[in-house]
Every structure is written in C-alpha cells, then in structure tokens.
Design a protein around this ligand. Structure first.
Ligand SMILES: [Fe+2]
Length: 185
C-alpha cells in the first residue's frame, strides 16, 4: 500500500493549485476521522481523501473527466481497487452510485471541507477558530451562500453513513481546526 509520503509526492507532481492541495489535506483528515468512527482502516480512507482530486489541474476544462482521469493515473499504483473506485465516482457528474462505505463517505463528505472554508472566509478574522458548527449549519440553509455547493450531495451523509449533517459538520470542523496552520486558516 502506498505511504502518505508517496501519495503527497504524487500530488505535488500533478497538482499545482495550492488551494486544492489544502482541500486534499482537509479531506484526508476528515476521511481518517470517519474511518475511526466506523472502525475502518484509517490509512486506506486517508489515502482516498488525500488523492481524490489528483487530476484537478488536468480536468478543469472537462469536468466530466474529473475522477475518471485520476482513476487512470492511479491504475499502476500500489492502491487497492476500492480506493481507486471511490476516487473515480466521487465526481457526482459521473452519476455512479457509491456502494461501499468508503465510497459513500468520500462522495458525500469531501465538499464539506470546501463549504467550511467558505464559512471561515466570511468571518472578519478568516480563521477556522471563529467558525462554529451552528454558523456552518446556518450558512448551509442560506441557499444564496456558496450557491454552487451541492447541499443535496452533502445531505446524503444521513442515508449513506447514518450520521446527521450536524455530526458531519462537527467532525469535519474539528479535524480541520487541528490542521488550521497547514490550511492557512
Ligand atoms: Fe474534492
């Protein structure tokens, strides 16, 4: 199995968009926390989170290729098939129903990291420290806020993972706060 160091050097080779690297760090720690919650393998779930937007820079002009290209790029790497399929189908545009718990977790949760960044950035301090679970939930209900954020995908945490949106926000925010320096927030 690929180490986190190897995964990071692969990312550095292909992803030059610094905000995406930060989003990937946040998704890694979120996926690790979800793995702990569900008694799953933290290393495997963390890798899925860390690598899920590997093709970001290449597929920006062709969003319907997002995920598919990462899947191809990872084919010869030392990763198990579930990680590769979770990465592929996290792109909801592909319209592939996630099946395993890891696939479902990545699919519905990765966007929450971006949503929390958006909430932090409207705080005067722009710091995660000033973001509370309640403020994230309030912004979630405001349809005009970060209007591109697909609420209905994140809300699938309930049917997919059996956790409420509030629980997802709580876990995600706590994990992101632990690495706020790395996230620059
Ligand atoms: Fe992502």
């Amino acid at each position: 199995m690929m180490s986190f160091e190897e995964a990071l050097s692969l990312l550095r080779e292909h992803v030059k968009t610094e905000n995406i690297i930060k989003h990937l760090f946040a998704t890694q720690v979120l996926m690790q926390a979800l793995a702990r919650k569900f008694g799953e393998d933290e290393h495997r779930w963390g890798l899925a989170g860390l690598l899920h937007d590997l093709d970001w820079d290449y597929t920006k002009p062709t969003p319907d290729r997002h995920g598919l290209m990462s899947f191809e790029m990872l084919a010869d790497k030392d990763l198990d098939p579930e990680i590769c399929s979770a990465i592929k189908l996290h792109n909801y545009m592909l319209d592939i129903e996630p099946q395993t718990l890891m696939e479902k977790a990545l699919y519905c949760s990765e966007m929450m990291t971006g949503f929390i960044v958006a909430v932090a950035l409207v705080k005067p301090s722009k710091k995660l420290d000033d973001v509370k679970v309640e403020s994230v939930l309030k912004k979630f209900k405001e349809k005009s806020f970060a209007s591109g954020a697909r609420r209905e995908i994140m809300e699938r945490c309930e049917p997919y993972l059996g956790i409420t949106l509030e629980e997802l926000v709580t876990i995600c925010l706590a994990e992101m706060k632990k690495i706020s320096g790395k996230l620059g927030l």
